[in-house]
Write a protein that binds this ligand. Structure first.
Ligand code: ATP
Ligand code: MG
Length: 473
């Protein structure tokens, strides 16, 4: 094991403490007591002085009186606390409260302070509170180290995922990157198909050449054709000058064709020709131009169905899907949800929030994520507007994009679909616990297939803990 992962020792002598207390004699008592306890102590008596200190140095622990000069109002201490919570994430704050400010002190804890002591101060209690705060601090830092190690392992390029399904996608990405074959990426909207394409390029030998994306939906037939293959001046109305297409521009690199399900038939046949013969012709031109590119195509539509309906050419499909990667929806990747959410929070705002409260995490796990990772990111982005800084993100800050089949209607009554889902889940859970978690037996009892039951367990987010049973004897 790396030393960074070893549980750190509590070392008081290396612990810097700031005491902020305007009552000079109390301040002296606290200071000498804490020195005796082996802490490194700095003290100050006014808010501006404390603010200077906090800006200049970092402290492990801050013992903070609230009513401080110049105004002697609690707002002085509160401002200092907020500054600490915002700028020094690991600093632990212990509030000193007068009899009249206990409510305020409690509010401070809700905001992120560690604990509070009421005057007259019980020094033995102070000692215990400090030790415990220090212990918590070390534990948090330790967890963070482990977390960042976990994140490192779960990464591939800009992709993140520790679930089995994502690890399988990683293996396919690596495999595809090594070879130079065309790749077809399938998956629901927002699952990360764009990132997968980018990652394949970045790991491939073409990495120093361009990675160019064409969104095939955004363009009409004529425009798409000219976008891909270029045109000669005067070849159609509006073609006022020569233009080189993305195929030529990408030469040597990777061309990412997004939403290929939307490519009109005429462009499909030109594309087939370009893919098969590795050459193109500009619109209005008669010269064949050689190109060396790898094509990665992606779609969230059901391409097989499009082929059946003759809206997508089968020969083109087989040319594009030399390697096929299916990116699984987020709801089937339980182990990735919290990881992605934590990372997202870190990325958007490193220090302003403590993280997700337990109920908030549960809410994240229970949601179906029809918009996948894109939806998760936007939910978290919005939550940061609603949650108070320095505190936890709670369930009420998480506004999921409403899915009419899943979310409760305003009245508080369940929709038919919701009730059915609810009872289906209950029936399966009960059967699973009756059969002590044995899936085959449960499936038999419910008269469905084993794989059918498996699918339902995933879809309904049924977790082992929910049907855990006591092993007797
Ligand atoms: N595994 C992942 N790790 C980190 N970020 C991800 C992951 N998957 C998706 N994202 C992020 O989620 C968002 C949506 O991803 P992306 O655009 O690649 O999805 P998509 O499958 O191409 O969706 P669409 O079909 O709508 O184009 C992006 O911001 C992307 O960075
Ligand atoms: Mg995309």
């Amino acid at each position: 094991m790396q030393s960074a992962q070893e549980y750190p020792e509590l070392e008081k002598a290396k612990t810097r403490v700031l005491v902020v207390e305007d009552d000079a004699s109390l301040c002296r008592i606290l200071e000498s007591f804490l020195r005796q306890e082996a802490y490194q102590v700095t003290s100050c008596n006014t808010a501006p002085e404390a603010s200077e200190r906090l800006k200049a140095e970092s402290f492990h622990l801050v013992l903070l009186d609230l009513a401080l000069p110049p105004t002697n109002n609690v707002s002085e201490g509160l401002a200092l606390m907020e500054y600490c919570l915002r700028s020094a994430k690991h600093t632990k704050i212990v509030i000193i409260s007068g009899e009249g400010t206990v409510d305020t002190a409690m509010a401070c804890i809700r905001q992120g302070a560690e604990d509070y002591l009421v005057k007259p101060i019980d020094l033995a209690k102070l000692s215990v509170i400090f030790e415990r705060a220090l212990q918590r601090q070390k534990l948090e830092q330790w967890t963070e180290t482990i977390q960042s190690e976990r994140v490192r392992k779960a990464r591939l390029g800009r992709l993140l995922g520790q679930s089995f399904l994502m690890q399988r996608v990683y293996a396919k990405i690596r495999h595809a990157a090594e070879r130079d074959a065309n790749v077809l990426i399938l998956g629901e909207s927002g699952t990360g198909k764009g990132l997968v394409a980018e990652t394949i390029h970045d790991l491939s030998k073409r990495r120093d050449k361009p990675f160019v994306k064409v969104n095939c939906t955004a363009l009409s037939e004529g425009l798409l054709e000219s976008e891909l293959f270029g045109h000669r001046k005067g070849s159609f109305t509006g073609a006022i000058q020569h233009r080189i297409g993305k195929f030529e521009f990408t030469n040597g690199g990777t061309l990412f064709l997004d939403e290929i399900g939307e490519i009109p038939p005429q462009v499909q046949s030109k594309l087939l020709h370009a893919v098969e013969d590795k050459e193109i012709q500009r619109i209005g031109g008669n010269q064949a131009i050689q190109v060396d590119i790898r094509i990665i195509a992606a779609t969230n539509s059901n391409i097989k169905e499009l082929m059946n309906k003759k809206r997508f050419r089968a020969d083109l499909y087989y040319r594009l899907n030399t390697t096929m990667i299916t990116v699984p929806p987020l709801r089937t990747r339980d182990r990735d949800i919290q990881l992605l959410a934590d990372e997202c929070l870190r990325e958007f705002n490193h220090y302003r929030y403590k993280g997700f409260s337990l109920p908030a995490s549960e809410r994240l796990m229970q949601h179906d994520w029809p918009g996948n990772v894109r939806e998760l990111r936007s939910v978290i982005y919005r939550a940061m507007g609603g949650a108070p800084e320095g505190g936890w993100i709670e369930p009420q800050h998480l506004e999921m994009d409403t899915d009419p089949e899943e979310e409760a209607p305003q009245s508080g009554l369940r929709s038919l679909q919701e009730s059915l889902t609810h009872y289906e889940r209950l029936v399966i859970l009960t059967a699973l616990s009756r059969n002590r978690g044995n899936v085959s037996k449960t499936a038999e009892e419910l008269r469905i297939t084993r794989s059918g039951l498996h699918k339902k367990i995933i879809r309904l987010h049924i977790r082992k803990e929910e049907y855990a049973y006591e092993e007797k004897g």
